[in-house]
Ligand binder design. Structure first.
Ligand SMILES: NC(=O)c1ccc[n+]([C@@H]2O[C@H](COP(=O)([O-])OP(=O)(O)OC[C@H]3O[C@@H](n4cnc5c(N)ncnc54)[C@H](OP(=O)(O)O)[C@@H]3O)[C@@H](O)[C@H]2O)c1
Length: 220
């Protein structure tokens, strides 16, 4: 499967691109923002394209034309303001979904965040001690758009990300306790989801855990 990775220069994105490249089943197409990032990937034998989520839907659709699936693992990051949260995490995500539709790509995997689906759950919000952040609002509505689309989606909601080594073991489910999740386990869960059609139409929390990833996904 040719997989367009949006956010391929990010921390999860880089791990995912490597994993897809090592797999005999997939070919990553890394979407990055800068020429030097593209050149570095090409030196590693990875197909790379330059694109920006603040560009047009048509531009993203053109970059996706050889893909069979799209993974969205981009994010504006904590160092930017609400404007970028809206234009990247919300609008950029929805433009990617519309681009998938324009390019006739059905499969779409979204890296979301734990808790964002509980935006309107007053008990949950009280427990968090804060009102929802712009980031959570953006992720909530991007996920909601995806769930209402005709795309074959999987929404993965990891908890706080770490750079621990992959254990290959996770917990998946609804309303899981907030526990750290390694980016390597997230990348492995994305890859396993692409290979398991039972994850289509599913949205789930994930953290590091004790169940092998493929077995955990089968419980969904
Ligand atoms: N941090 C957490 O604890 C946490 C928890 C749950 C879920 N998540 C989600 O996990 C995902 C990835 O996390 P990560 O740690 O890998 O993030 P990251 O390292 O910050 O990577 C984000 C990537 O998005 C790219 N990006 C930003 N703006 C863009 C734009 N306008 N067009 C195209 N690409 C753009 C960045 O490009 P450049 O490299 O060019 O800057 C970067 O490569 C995000 O969706 C995030 O919301 C994070």
């Amino acid at each position: 499967m040719n997989v367009l990775v949006i956010g391929a220069n990010g921390q999860i994105g880089q791990l995912l691109v490597r994993k897809l490249q090592e797999s005999s089943k997939h070919h990553p197409i890394a979407m990055v923002r800068k020429e030097e990032q593209k050149e570095k990937l090409e030196k590693q034998g990875v197909k790379a394209v330059i694109g920006n989520l603040e560009g047009t839907i048509a531009d993203i659709a053109t970059l996706a034309k050889e893909a069979h699936a799209i993974v969205f693992t981009a994010g504006s990051g904590g160092h930017t303001g609400a404007d970028k949260t809206m234009s990247v995490d919300l609008d950029g995500a929805i433009k990617s979904m519309k681009a998938a539709e324009q390019a006739n790509i059905k499969r779409f995997v979204m890296v979301s965040g734990m808790g964002v689906n509980r935006l309107h759950d007053t008990v949950y919000l009280k427990g968090m001690g804060t009102s929802p952040s712009y980031y959570s609002i953006a992720k909530y509505y991007a996920d909601a758009w995806l769930e209402r689309s005709d795309l074959d989606y999987t929404i993965i909601r990891p908890a706080q990300l770490t750079n621990e080594t992959e254990t290959g073991k996770i917990i998946v489910g609804e309303e899981l306790e907030h526990k750290p999740t390694s980016r390597e386990n997230v990348a492995a869960t994305i890859t396993a989801s692409l290979e398991d059609d039972q994850t289509i139409g599913k949205a789930f929390d994930m953290t590091d855990g004790e169940t092998p990833i493929e077995d955990a996904l089968r419980t969904l």
